[in-house]
Design a protein around this ligand. Structure first.
Ligand SMILES: [Zn+2]
Length: 70
């Protein structure tokens, strides 16, 4: 994986990227990317938000990961 991160952290990185971009789009254009893509499935929209939140927590605990090689 990129930058020596394990699969979980690589996924968490992308989820944070999506979450950050989504917030930026909501703030700038009042356009919610996640709701536009997954709007037909409200539970999926919620799941994405939860996963982004969990990713943030995972990133905070980054140093404790034994799979990541720095
Ligand atoms: Zn890791």
């Amino acid at each position: 994986m990129k930058d020596g991160k394990c699969g979980v952290h690589c996924l968490a990185f992308w989820l944070l990227w999506i979450g950050g971009l989504n917030w930026g789009l909501v703030g700038l254009f009042d356009w919610n990317l996640v709701e536009t893509v997954f709007g037909g499935w409200p539970w999926l929209v919620k799941l994405v938000y939860i996963l982004v939140g969990l990713s943030a927590l995972l990133m905070l605990a980054d140093k404790k990961c034994v799979k990541c090689k720095n």
